[in-house]
Every structure is written in structure tokens, then in C-alpha cells.
Design a protein around this ligand. Structure first.
Ligand code: SF4
Length: 433
């Protein structure tokens, strides 16, 4: 228990948005269904852009500073952290839910504590790229950019959607970067999806207890509308990327003909930048067509490298886990960049079974990159929905990252799709620009 003396203290809230530390309890973390002491190295100060959430009708769990016993904090509601992009959470917040507790909204709930007059979280910075640093956004610059591009493309429904919905309403970092004329430009295109993810952020069934965090696109953009603003972005933006597949749409591969036409047209006008698709990877044949047209990179989203865990969460229509594996293989066969958008859930992601399945996936597909993303979902609700009562032995998120790097030294880690300069150049190059 000695190292605990340097551990942060448990946080609790009064249910009115005020947060306090409980100096009778050391903060700990959760992995799967269980609470654990957290090694000191896993605690970092809460990064800028992060925020704290009070968890209604939930009690935090900690270790009694005098007895060393694990017990509940009875002083108020539990508190968790929403950590900012570029950081991966290592432990979930440890709490016990009361029977009347409602499902938490679609955010990540990382373990948090208080120490030395500062908030701490269990996380690590996995990505040096600063494209979504909160300090990099200036409202007047964004508003000026929106005005300029709405004037430049007065009849473009997609630019209007990106301006009014994504940038000005949801403050989507990718849309903001587009209107500032830099880096990754989002291109949503699909109002429909062929999966039914339990934690879908753009669509939640009306009988569900939670709401989606953003509304889905309501129209199908034309290739002309897409090409009109993406070519100038590829031509003029620093480290330009055009990314199909965004949080405010369904599955882009259902629009593969329009996307293929767009890529073909883009590449007639410019060879600059990277053309990427963020996708559920469900249609490898469509992916092949896009590669033939000039697609440079793919990011396949998944909660797991295990078929049964994947299919219990994605609830796919007319496709299977093997299809997403095949999509990665197809892009690899064209020499394209392949990433997985890996939803990190401590206890599941670092379980023995998952680790073995992930090693197999990397070997089979020649995977280039893992984007270690925080899973935005209520932990109890998720495990309940996929009917997992025991997550098995877990190695620790940081440990499996280390092990995989030793086995696959060329495998890259990050949080964002890399620009062509990194894909083709020195991946580790200082990207702070
Ligand atoms: S694949 Fe994406 S859009 Fe489709 S249900 Fe899942 S999260 Fe939602």
C-alpha cells in the first residue's frame, strides 16, 4: 500500500456540478467489472481540453487511507473524466451504480482523482499530432472561415451542413479545421448504415434509454458537391487529408459509387494529400473499387478483434466480421495505409483473448496502425448489452501496447489518420508545425 500515499484522492460531486476530493480515500481504477489499485505511472495531470463528469446515482470506490480497505465514497456522486483527443484512457472510473441509476450518455468515463491541487487521470498521450488541441481553435478565425467558404460555395449542401451542423453546432474539430483551411477535411456522405451499433453516436432507436450525440446527415451529396471543396482543400491546406466517414453519418461504403466518382475527379485535378475513408469495413468489393480509383488509406472502426464480441456490438446487416478483415487486406494489397479505429475498453481490450485475436488480425492483414481511441459508452450498459459477465484476465492497456510494439516494431500508434507526408515520409517526424 506504500505507493498509494502518492496516489490521488477520490473525487465526488454534490450533484449540483460542484466537485470535491475525499481525503479519506485513494482513487483507484476499473477494468472490466472489477476495481483495481492503479500504478503511479498511469496517473497524469488532466490534459487541457479534458472535462469532468458527475455520475448520477453512482458511488465512487476507493482505498481507505487508514485501513487499506476498498470501500465506497458515501459523500456524493462518483466523478469520471472525459479525456481529450490524442490521449488514451488506461482505467475506467471505479464506481458502483444504484439500481435506479440511468444509463450514462455516450462519452468516455476515465478514472480521475485529485493530488497536489490538480486533477489527475489514468491516461497516456498516444499521439503527438496537435490537430485537435483545444488551444489551437480561435472562434473569430473559425467564423471568418465559415463565412468565406459559405460565400465561395453558395449552392453546396455539404459545405452548408459542415458549417451549420458540424462546425457551429457540434464544434466538430475536423469541420473546424476545414473552415480554417488546414489538415483533415471531413466529408460525410451517407444517411444510412448497414450496422446497428449499440453505442452509435449518430442514431439511437427511439425506445433506447440514451440519445445520439449528433444527428445523421439527411441527404446524399453528389460527387460534384464533394469535389467542389475537396480539391481546393487538397491543393492549399498544410498536410491535407480528405476523409470520408464521419460521426454525423451512417456507413460511407453504402455511397461507394459517389465516393469513387469523387476520388476519380479529385485525382484528375490534384495528386496532393491523402484520400482516406473511415468505415465499418463491411464491403471489401466496394473498397477494392475505391482503391482502383485512388483511395490512399482506410480506417476500420472496431470494438474488438474477436468475431463474437464485434458482432454482438455492431449487430451487422448482411455482412460479417470476416468482411472487415478482408477490407483491410484489400487496401494493404494496393499498398495503401491501413488503420483500425480501436475502441479501448479497459478489461476487454487488454484481455488475454482479445490480445491473441489482435495479434492474429495484425499478422493476417499487415495492419499499419492502431488508433487507440477511448470508447464513448456507459461501461455497465456496454458489458450488459454484449452479455459479458466476466472479462477474464487483463494485462493492462499500457502493457499490451508495449508487447505489441515489441512483436510488430513497424506498427504505428496514434489517434488520428496520418497525412501522406507521414505515410510516405518519416512517420515519427515532428508534426507540431
Ligand atoms: S457503423 Fe457507424 S454509423 Fe453505423 S451504426 Fe455503427 S457507429 Fe453508427
Amino acid at each position: 500500500m506504500s505507493f498509494l500515499r502518492k496516489s490521488p484522492f477520490v473525487l465526488y460531486s454534490d450533484g449540483k456540478g460542484n466537485i470535491f476530493e475525499d481525503r479519506s480515500l485513494y482513487a483507484i481504477g476499473r477494468s472490466g467489472w472489477d476495481a483495481f489499485e492503479v500504478e503511479l505511472a498511469s496517473w497524469i495531470p488532466l490534459p487541457e481540453g479534458g472535462s469532468l463528469y458527475e455520475l448520477p446515482d453512482r458511488r465512487g470506490i476507493g482505498i481507505d487511507v487508514r485501513t487499506g480497505e476498498m470501500r465506497l465514497c458515501e459523500k456524493g456522486w462518483a466523478v469520471a473524466a472525459f479525456i481529450p483527443p490524442a490521449h488514451t484512457g488506461l482505467y475506467l472510473a471505479a464506481f458502483e451504480s444504484k439500481p435506479e441509476a440511468e444509463t450514462l450518455p455516450l462519452f468516455c468515463y476515465t478514472a480521475a482523482g485529485w493530488f497536489n491541487n490538480q486533477f489527475y487521470v489514468t491516461a497516456l498521450r498516444i499521439e503527438q499530432d496537435i490537430r485537435q488541441e483545444s488551444a489551437g481553435y480561435h472562434e473569430n478565425e473559425i467564423e471568418h472561415g465559415v463565412e468565406k467558404l459559405l460565400k465561395a460555395y453558395p449552392h453546396n449542401r455539404l459545405v452548408k451542413h459542415l458549417a451549420e451542423n458540424c462546425c457551429l453546432t457540434y464544434h466538430c474539430p475536423a469541420a473546424r479545421n476545414f473552415f480554417i483551411g488546414r489538415w483533415e477535411c471531413p466529408v460525410p456522405s451517407s444517411p444510412a448504415c448497414n450496422a446497428n451499433c449499440i453505442g452509435c453516436i449518430s442514431f439511437q432507436p427511439s425506445d433506447e434509454t440514451i440519445t445520439s450525440t449528433q444527428d445523421r446527415l439527411q441527404f446524399k451529396p453528389s460527387a460534384e458537391e464533394i469535389v467542389e471543396f475537396t480539391v481546393p482543400h487538397l491543393e492549399t491546406a498544410p498536410y491535407p487529408i480528405v476523409s470520408f466517414g464521419q460521426g454525423c453519418e451512417g456507413e460511407p461504403l453504402l455511397m461507394w459509387e459517389t465516393i469513387r466518382e469523387s476520388i476519380t475527379e479529385m485525382r484528375k485535378h490534384t495528386s496532393k494529400g491523402s484520400i482516406n475513408i473511415n468505415t465499418n469495413g463491411s464491403k471489401p468489393d466496394a473498397v477494392r473499387k475505391l482503391c482502383e480509383a485512388g483511395l490512399n488509406s482506410i480506417r476500420v472502426s472496431t470494438n474488438s478483434a474477436r468475431k463474437h464480441i464485434y458482432e454482438k456490438y455492431y449487430l451487422p446487416n448482411n455482412y460479417v466480421f470476416e468482411d472487415i478483415v478482408e477490407s483491410l487486406k484489400v487496401v494493404n494489397s494496393f499498398g495503401g495505409w491501413t488503420s483500425i479505429n480501436y475502441f479501448v475498453f479497459p478489461g476487454m481490450t487488454d484481455s488475454e483473448e482479445e490480445y491473441e485475436a489482435l495479434r492474429k488480425l495484425i499478422r493476417e492483414t499487415g495492419l499499419k496502425m492502431i488508433q487507440w481511441r477511448n470508447f464513448n459508452i456507459d461501461p455497465d450498459w456496454y458489458l450488459g448489452k454484449i452479455r459479458v459477465t466476466d472479462t477474464g484476465n487483463a494485462f493492462g492497456i499500457a502493457n499490451i501496447m508495449k508487447e505489441l510494439k515489441e512483436e510488430f516494431p513497424d506498427l504505428k500508434y496514434g489517434y488520428f489518420n496520418p497525412p501522406i507526408e507521414r505515410i510516405k515520409g518519416d512517420f515519427a517526424a515532428d508534426f507540431a508545425h
